[in-house]
Design a protein. Structure first.
Lengths: 247, 284
């Protein structure tokens, strides 16, 4: 058992790069995190950078007796507090926040963490599954009845479907995705961590068809090329980390 | 309660009083398995791994909704699929609730092993996934993912939306007050930078009930914080924008109580961050 990894991050045609990522691989363990910062001027970039660095340090200092799910759960609160602290530092960082998606693979056991709308996908053969939810306004609407939905839309006109209802920096994260039971990976499975820059440009099917049967680095380059081409000049910050389980 | 738990052929524990089939496994997977192999009650788990593997799933298993939400199936439909929008402005719609609701009461009675092995053990031992002699074999990746997904949000997602309050992260710099049209008597917050006005819900100021307003960016109101000036400019739509009765052709400076006309709607500008008031002088 071992891992192959490919990663890439582009600024797109935005003025700032607000995405951040980190990955680390040893023989038996793979760890990766991707963050999509938000909030004008320097706030978003700072938030994602802090979240990535903080989680990296926490992971390195992790007690070996602690399980990954409970580590992730604790990390959410610590990161959230850090970003709330950042918001108070200046007006520029006042609106700062970040999404986070992280994966830890121990041998073939996959654990994940997500807050916000960055995603984790698992790819196996000709299947692709988005395992994390997008914690946005549309998710909450999914759970309403039609009447409730109508009433709600009438009363709250300022909302947007992609507006986040949970992110790091909200001040008390209550909606998140963590799996308590490990997901058993098989040889040749691929794990994709990505910000919404990719998933707003490409469908799941397109991502699958690009990542199937190609060398890792080549497929990730194709992914970015296709996304950028498709959005024709409105490409958002985009970051992907792709991990493959070796045969 | 724990005494009522039984184990399905895949090794999952569940409450037989609440569920006929194992709620963790994909149901069609189970039923197709049962139909073809006529197994005696599921709780007697004698099926071997090869039995599962030899049972092809005739139809793709319907998947549970959890964890597989796709925005494309949003109730908003195409109206919201504006690829030009960017979630940077997402803050405005965030909410913070105080009540600590537990996860949905009808969530499956899943028994998760109390102690998940630690890092060192996990590396040195065989991975522990479920307490079953035979490892589970799922016909689809989706079913395998569903088996490990459980959402334990400490707040009901639905509640968040229903009580969604502005988090106040984008400080208000002024208001547009509607003096004619469907939104008569209402005000809309303006923030620093560009404020798009249109009928679509992804506009900063959505006038959804105004058919005479263009859907996408009828006009843009800009607040420039350095000099504390408001500007108005024509948006990207075909609908025309009027300022105090004159058509807006170029970005134009605005002053207090200037009258904006979009279709049949009329809005007044009420500045807040002028005459020396600056958010920079205040902190959270």
């Amino acid at each position: 058992m071992g891992f192959n990894i490919a990663e890439k991050s582009i600024i797109g045609n935005r003025e700032d790069q607000q995405d951040g990522y980190y990955s680390c691989i040893t023989e038996n363990i793979a760890f990766a995190v991707v963050c999509d910062g938000m909030g004008g001027s320097s706030g978003g970039g700072a938030a994602s950078m802090i979240a990535v660095n903080r989680l990296k340090k926490l992971y390195e200092a992790k007690n070996t007796n602690e399980t990954i799910p409970s580590f992730f759960l604790k990390a959410i609160d610590i990161l959230d507090e850090s970003i709330v602290g950042l918001q108070k530092e200046s007006l520029e960082t006042r609106g700062a926040g970040t999404t986070i998606v992280a994966a830890a693979i121990l041998q073939n056991n996959l654990y994940w963490l997500s807050v916000g709308d960055s995603r984790l996908y698992i790819l196996r053969g000709n299947e692709i599954v988005q395992v994390t939810r997008d914690h946005n306004f549309a998710l909450s609407l999914e759970q309403l009845t039609n009447t409730e939905r109508q009433d709600f839309l009438q009363s709250q006109r300022m909302h947007r479907a992609d507006a986040l209802i949970s992110f790091i920096g909200i001040g008390g994260v209550k909606i998140y995705d963590i799996n308590d039971t490990a997901f058993p990976l098989q040889p040749d499975d691929k794990i994709l961590l990505t910000t919404d820059g990719l998933t707003k440009a490409l469908t799941d099917e397109e991502i699958l068809s690009i990542l199937q049967d190609k060398p890792l680095q080549e497929s990730i380059e194709t992914l970015f090329y296709t996304a950028t081409k498709k959005t024709t000049g409105s490409q958002d910050n985009t970051t992907c980390v792709l991990i493959q389980i070796q045969k | 309660m724990a005494t009522n738990k039984v184990q399905c052929p895949y090794g999952h524990f569940y409450n037989p009083d609440k569920y006929v089939d194992c709620p963790i496994c994909n149901k069609s997977l189970l039923s197709s398995f049962n139909a073809q192999t006529s197994v005696t009650p599921q709780r007697e788990t004698t099926a071997s791994r090869s039995q599962f593997e030899e049972t092809p799933d005739p139809s793709p298993a319907p998947v549970r909704n959890s964890g597989t939400y796709r925005p494309t199936s949003s109730v908003f439909g195409n109206q919201y699929e504006d690829t030009s929008t960017h979630p940077v402005a997402s803050f405005k719609t965030v909410s913070i609730m105080n009540d600590n609701q537990q996860a949905s009461p009808d969530a499956p009675a899943i028994v998760i092993p109390e102690s998940i092995p630690n890092l060192a053990q996990e590396i040195s031992q065989e991975p522990i996934y479920v307490a079953s002699s035979a490892p589970p074999v799922f016909s689809t990746l989706q079913a395998a993912v569903n088996a490990v997904v459980s959402h334990k949000d400490t707040e009901d997602v639905k509640t968040v939306a229903m009580w969604n309050a502005p988090a106040g992260i984008d400080p208000v710099v002024g208001w547009l007050v509607c003096v004619k049209g469907e939104y008569f008597g209402q005000s809309f917050n303006l923030k620093a930078g560009n404020n798009t006005v249109g009928r679509a819900m992804n506009m900063d100021i959505p006038l959804a009930q105004e058919p005479s307003v263009s859907r996408n960016k009828h006009c843009v109101i800009t607040y420039e914080p350095l000099n504390q000036v408001f500007y108005i400019q024509q948006g990207e739509s075909s609908g025309l924008t009027y300022l105090n009765g004159e058509m807006v052709m170029f970005p134009t400076k605005m002053k207090e109580q200037d009258r904006i006309k979009l279709g049949t709607v009329e809005l007044l500008l009420i500045p807040f961050c002028t005459n020396g008031f600056r958010w920079e002088e205040y902190s959270v």
